[in-house]
Design a protein around this ligand. Structure first.
Ligand code: AMP
Ligand code: ZN
Length: 460
């Protein structure tokens, strides 16, 4: 079964066909690095990892870019308020650059602990200022922009498909009679491409531009970086569902107007992680981080397991109990795997592998993929070594580090006997060595000699 994915633009599950049959160009909106990255954010980044690994199972090479938003994301998504990095620098009594560096480091740490595949590049918005200015200049030259007292704006009425992604059109906005905060905007959906600095507010984040000193609008960065790194048309664009309405709709509009080409073939949006069935928030004290998980004695991979228990388009509820259940399941799997005997001749069971891959290809149905693990271990007609080989293949996607658990907990006494036997052999005292080998075997273990005098202890 070829891969099928739900496309938020067409609102249908579609067959996935990249532009180049061998390579997939994938972009994900990364974190705004002004605070600790939460386990909610990580649910969305884990979606990127699952999709990446599923594509690799389908034989694709994936070129994956993720940005780090260190400028332009304002306190309100409606182009108002201070830049989040400026506000954080104020809060922490430091510079915007230091704020970003600190939280990027924290982000990488959680990212790696969850075994998320690193993209080919993490692109940092402040390192692509010129590309963002170039984008705004192109849009200006093509007549899509206008100037106000606080910046350069994109005129959404000039892009005929505005609202197709967000469902948020000029017409239904007018019906909703939203109160407009910026009277200079021609249409309520118009958005800033470049904002002028406010003296006293912009202390760190401002650059020169043809329109005056300022900083890029939030959406400009993703278009500029994605197109610089991947070209005018991306195969997949990922992000959390909250980004669809404003950020992605605006990114789409400005990119297509700048290039005249289709911007994204498949828009993929992940549903939110809830905490105790509600919103997660700093003010609610439940914006947990990977470190919080570890501090409570949990393995971060248990969180990875938990993410797989819901389809990415369904809400997932986090409770400490649900994390405990995920951890129990994972530990049970480790126990099972460590009781299996590995054999180099064993092959992957193709029937189970096909079912596993079909689940991935069915709009990335991770719960169904994980259920193949449990069905496989329950199956009495398949040998343990084949189960191991198959599970290790599954683990290329699951990322549970199963290979570290294959094998046995060898008792210290046996390890000691094995060491002595090895010493006797090296000294040419073979009768003693043989005696110890028999003793080890009697206890249920075998010593396998490997090259250069080394050995492996296995259960008999
Ligand atoms: P931000 O740091 O706010 O730019 O968000 C980074 C990513 O995390 C975006 O793709 C958001 O949509 C996503 N995100 C934020 N909160 C949650 C949540 N509770 N569950 C899942 N994804 C989230
Ligand atoms: Zn973005």
């Amino acid at each position: 079964m070829p891969m099928r994915l739900y496309n938020s633009l067409t609102k249908k599950v579609e067959d996935f066909t990249p532009q180049n049959p061998n390579e997939v160009l994938m972009y994900q909106c990364g974190p705004t690095v002004y605070d600790y990255i939460t386990i909610g954010n990580f649910r969305t980044f884990a979606l990127g990892d699952f999709l990446y690994r599923a594509l690799v199972q389908n034989g694709y090479k994936v070129k994956y870019i993720m940005n780090l938003t260190d400028v332009g994301h304002l306190v309100s998504d409606n182009d108002e308020g201070a830049d989040k990095l400026e506000a954080a620098a104020e809060r922490d009594g430091t510079s915007a650059r230091e704020v970003a560096d600190f939280y990027i480091k924290d982000f990488y740490s959680g990212y790696d602990k969850l075994k998320l595949t690193r993209p080919n590049k993490f692109t940092r918005a402040t390192e692509y200022i010129q590309e963002q200015i170039d984008l705004v200049e192109t849009l200006e030259r093509k007549g899509y922009t206008y100037l106000t007292t606080d910046g350069v704006y994109f005129d959404t009425s000039k892009y005929k498909n505005y609202g197709l992604l967000s469902g948020y059109t000029l017409e239904n906005i007018k019906e909703g009679a939203r109160v407009e905060v910026n009277p200079e905007k021609k249409n309520p959906t118009d958005f800033a491409l470049w904002k002028f600095s406010t003296p006293g507010v912009n202390r760190w984040q401002e650059w020169n531009s043809p329109w005056g000193r300022g900083f890029p609008g939030w959406h400009a960065e993703c278009s500029a970086m994605a197109m610089k790194e991947l070209g005018a048309t991306l195969d997949i664009h990922l992000g959390g569902e909250d980004l669809k309405m404003v950020h992605h709709q605006n990114e789409l509009a400005q990119s297509e107007c700048a290039t005249g080409s289709e911007y994204v073939k498949y828009w993929v949006h992940g549903s939110f992680l809830l905490i105790d069935d509600g919103r997660m928030g700093k003010s609610l004290g439940n914006a947990y981080t990977v470190k919080d998980i570890e501090d409570k004695g949990f393995d971060p991979l248990s969180l990875r397991y938990l993410y797989m228990t819901a389809h990415y388009r369904s809400k997932l509820n986090f409770t400490w109990e649900s994390l405990q259940s995920a951890q129990n399941a994972l530990k049970k799997l480790y126990d099972i795997v460590s009781s299996y005997q590995e054999s180099p001749e064993a092959h992957v069971n193709q029937e189970y592998y096909a079912r596993f891959r079909d689940a991935l290809n069915d709009d990335l149905n991770m719960p169904k993929a994980v259920s193949q693990v449990w069905e496989l271990v329950k199956n009495n007609t398949i040998s343990e070594s084949v189960k191991i080989a198959t599970l290790l293949r599954f683990d290329e996607v699951l990322g549970f580090n199963l290979e570290n658990h294959v094998g046995y907990e060898v008792p210290d006494e046996i390890k000691h006997l094995a060491k002595m036997r090895s010493e006797y052999r090296k000294s040419g005292i073979f009768d003693k060595a043989d005696q110890l080998r028999r003793q080890i075997e009697k206890s249920g273990y075998i010593m396998e000699d490997i090259k250069e005098g080394g050995y492996k202890i296995k259960r008999k």
